[in-house]
Design a protein around this ligand. Structure first.
Ligand code: HEM
Length: 412
């Protein structure tokens, strides 16, 4: 019997070998399991052996793992996100209950949800570490400007993923934090009002916002991320990893992809997964009370690092903090356009170094400030809305369900 199974498997292997060509290996390369060009002329098994025999430049080491870590966490987010979407209901009446159901009734639902939340935090740290590695080694300079630009766009997409995902639990913390963020964006000069209006889809955060954020989170942003990741990898691979300044590579130097670099990747992936799963198991993220647009929550608990940074920024510097940090982000985007000299190190470019340090240290500083914030700011706008709703119950108002989703306002 065993002999028959082995013959059968051998036959399947042979059939695949005969009926496929090496281009199939590009999916493995997209998953980061192969490095460098694939020789499509060769039969698939020989092309695989050739690709695995490739050598990476000797200067590629552990610090070049951060991009891969960000990629792994992105995949964890996709898998856990898909699993969550089997049970999550993106409507004002059902969102909160469906999340409670996931966290308390669905087998391992709590783990999937907390793994999603923790990976959303860890990916931001991994991207920042990756960006810092690229910045401080000058790997954004020509010919790698496009890798940098696509990278920054990827960072924006990851921030948008988090910002839209943050509202989906529809609990008081998510609701009022999103309300504060929308009101700061709305008060940003020139474009703020239009952007906030487009995102909110209503006069304040409501069911319309929840639908838009859900559509962005599970349809628009995944496609944007997928496209940008493909572009990022293709461009990074086209130029190869940037050598340290003054480095001269000899022919036989370098690390074979298999087994050395692959082993490094397996070790790092196992560590990242172990840390993410342990954090999810040991520090589950609490869920607040169901969202009530006309009642402020007693306290505020944040579950996402970027929310801490944003609140830290808004509460200390207000709208101008948001404008200032966005301007700094834009400066980081155009960095490869202003700093094109690959000979001089960062130490001899104080302005460029200053912008980078301000960005990375600013992020960490506002994160530290934001971690202390535990309440919603009493703002005139919110107070007036609550008073208005409580003070003058009109027939229309009484139809407004607890979540304030005013069909009257939205019209057809
Ligand atoms: C989800 C987000 C991201 C993923 C998955 C990702 C992935 C990667 C990977 C796997 C590499 C090659 C290995 C390495 O150097 O780490 C890489 C290289 C690179 N990445 Fe990213 N990256 C991301 C975001 C970014 C961001 C935000 C930037 C910059 C703002 C960026 C800029 C670059 C550059 C310039 C290179 C080439 C570095 C070199 O040649 O040494 N990436 N990226």
């Amino acid at each position: 019997m065993f002999k028959r199974v082995r013959t059968w498997l051998g036959q399947i292997g042979e059939d695949i070998r005969q009926s496929t060509d090496a281009s199939l290996l590009s999916s493995m390369r997209f998953l980061g399991l192969l490095y460098g060009r694939i020789d499509r002329e060769l039969p698939i098994d020989q092309a695989l052996r050739k690709a695995w025999g490739r050598r990476l430049p000797s200067y590629v080491g552990w610090r070049h793992m951060f991009g891969g870590i960000a990629y792994l966490l992105f995949m964890v987010l996709v898998v856990t996100g898909v699993l969550l979407s089997f049970y999550y209901r993106p409507s004002v009446d059902e969102a909160y209950a469906s999340l409670q159901y996931i966290a308390t009734e669905v087998p391992f639902g709590w783990m999937i949800r907390d793994l999603h939340v923790w990976s959303a935090n860890l990916i931001v740290l991994a991207i920042l570490a990756h960006m810092a590695r690229v910045f401080f080694t000058g790997a954004y300079r020509p010919p790698r400007e496009t890798s940098w630009l696509v990278g920054v766009l990827l960072l924006f997409v990851v921030l948008a993923f988090g910002g839209t995902g943050y509202l989906l639990p529809w609990d008081q913390w998510a609701y009022w934090t999103s309300t504060e963020v929308m009101s700061v964006i709305g008060r940003t000069p020139v474009v703020g009002g239009a952007i906030a209006g487009l995102l909110t889809g209503d006069v304040f955060v409501s069911g319309a916002t929840l639908s838009r954020f859900f559509a962005l989170h599970v349809i628009v942003l995944p496609w944007a991320a997928f496209g940008l990741l493909v572009l990022h990898f293709v461009v990074v691979r086209k130029h190869g990893t940037a050598p340290p300044r003054g480095h001269v590579e000899t022919q036989d130097a370098g690390t074979p992809f298999y087994p050395d670099h692959l082993l490094r990747m397996v070790i790092v992936s196992a560590l990242v997964l172990a840390v993410s799963i342990s954090l999810a198991a040991l520090f589950p993220r609490a869920i607040g009370d169901p969202a009530t647009p006309f009642e402020l929550p007693e306290g505020l608990v944040s579950s996402w690092i970027v929310v801490d940074v944003s609140l830290g920024l808004f509460r200390t510097l207000g709208v101008w903090g948001f404008v200032g940090f966005s301007a700094l982000g834009l400066l980081m985007v155009i960095l490869p356009l202003v700093d094109r000299d690959t000979e001089k190190g960062l130490r001899r470019k104080p302005v460029v170094l200053g912008v980078g340090l301000l960005f990375f240290l600013g992020f960490l500083a506002f994160w530290a400030v934001g971690r202390q914030i535990d309440s919603v700011p009493p703002s005139v706008e919110i107070e007036s809305r609550i008073l208005e709703e409580r003070a003058i119950p009109t027939p229309e108002a009484s139809d407004v369900s607890a979540d304030g989703d005013a069909e009257a306002r939205q019209g057809p």
